[in-house]
Design a protein around this ligand. Structure first.
Ligand SMILES: [Zn+2]
Length: 354
């Protein structure tokens, strides 16, 4: 606060760094500074929240005598809570502003922090979050003009100024929300499979669920040992292809959430990794063994079964397979099953797994 009693950012900042009241959650701190209201209003509001504004009551406690009565209603001691929250004149100001803006919400609570928390909860992400800062700023200005410059307070003009200042604030950027994609349409007349790969720091694995029809399916987890996520995804894609051909199903639709691997198998992009290219070549030659095959990208939220299988597979030892077959209400489990890494047998017939 400058010597003339008018709020000045520099004086406010000095005040702020010399008064330590660590009772305000750091979240409030961050949120106030992120608002679009002018910096001086944010700084003042922050001081109000910390109750370090030189109200009449504060000055009296520091033995600086002056008016301690609320300048607006002259009915109560001028505390921070009274001046910005409880004063009947300020309550009317808030009511009028809320009515004029045609909004819902209340500036109320046992103290300023509670009011701000309530307001914050009601208006998170909205421009309205700035309103208490603007109201507080003009309230404090009116109070100082009254005390130091002997200006009468013209409340309708203050209301109009607050509303104009509020309208001038920019709208917050729209919060980015990703469109929820509809689940893929699945043709149940031919087998369909979902695959996924997962890698952790030490191992990777893959999982797939192959539906022969609505009654009959296989869920498979495969430990791949060391490798990257793309390696796991690519092997996880190859295996339902092998599995399907072994079971004499030459038509299939395969869904995966790795756009990279789906693009590779559809020849829509080029794989530049030498190791992965060998596996991809195997997969591409496997493709030719099908009468009909579609490999389609889906979003992760529609691939939860394979995602879960692959995460469980990533902790399996390399080469270990766990297969569960469901036929109607019956379930069978097989394990382990010898597993051959296509990248190591690429010189042999890539289609042979038996
Ligand atoms: Zn008052």
């Amino acid at each position: 606060m400058a010597d003339n009693g008018i709020y000045a950012p520099k004086a406010g900042y000095t005040n702020l760094i010399t008064h330590k009241k660590p009772d305000i959650s750091p979240l409030w701190w961050r949120d106030i500074w992120k608002l679009k209201a002018p910096p001086r209003t944010r700084l003042l509001f922050w001081c109000v929240l910390r109750d370090i504004i030189p109200t009449g009551e504060h000055l009296m406690r520091q033995a600086i005598y002056g008016p301690t009565w609320c300048s607006f209603c002259k009915m109560a001691s001028e505390t921070t809570v009274h001046l910005f929250l409880k004063c009947p004149i300020i309550c009317v100001l808030w009511d009028n502003i809320i009515t004029q803006l045609g909004i819902t919400g209340q500036w109320s609570g046992e103290d300023i922090k509670v009011s701000w928390t309530n307001w914050h909860r009601q208006h998170m992400g909205s421009k309205l979050l700035n309103l208490p800062l603007v109201v507080t700023w003009y309230t404090w200005l009116a109070r100082n003009r009254y005390i130091f410059n002997d200006h009468d307070v013209c409340w309708p003009r203050i209301e109009a100024t607050i509303i104009a200042a509020y309208h001038e604030l920019p709208e917050p950027p729209p919060t980015r929300t990703r469109t929820i994609q509809p689940p893929p349409y699945i043709d149940h007349n031919i087998p369909w499979a979902f695959f996924d790969g997962a890698a952790n720091q030490t191992r990777c694995g893959g999982g797939f669920v192959l539906h022969i029809n609505e009654q009959h399916s296989y869920s498979v987890k495969m430990g791949f040992g060391n490798g990257s996520n793309n390696y796991a995804e690519l092997l996880a894609l190859c295996n339902p292809m092998h599995f399907s051909l072994e079971h004499h199903h030459k038509n299939i639709t395969i869904y995966g959430d790795s756009m990279t691997v789906i693009n590779w198998i559809n020849n829509a992009s080029i794989c530049h990794s030498h190791t992965l290219k060998n596996i991809l070549d195997d997969a591409l030659s496997l493709r030719t063994a099908f009468n009909h095959i579609s490999c389609l990208h889906i979003y992760r939220e529609h691939n939860s079964v394979a995602d879960k299988l692959s995460k469980e597979a990533a902790i399996l030892p390399r080469g270990e397979w766990l297969i569960s077959e469901k036929q109607g209400a019956e379930e069978f489990r097989y394990y382990p099953r010898p597993f051959i890494d296509q990248s190591e047998q690429r010189d042999n017939n890539p289609g042979s797994r038996q």
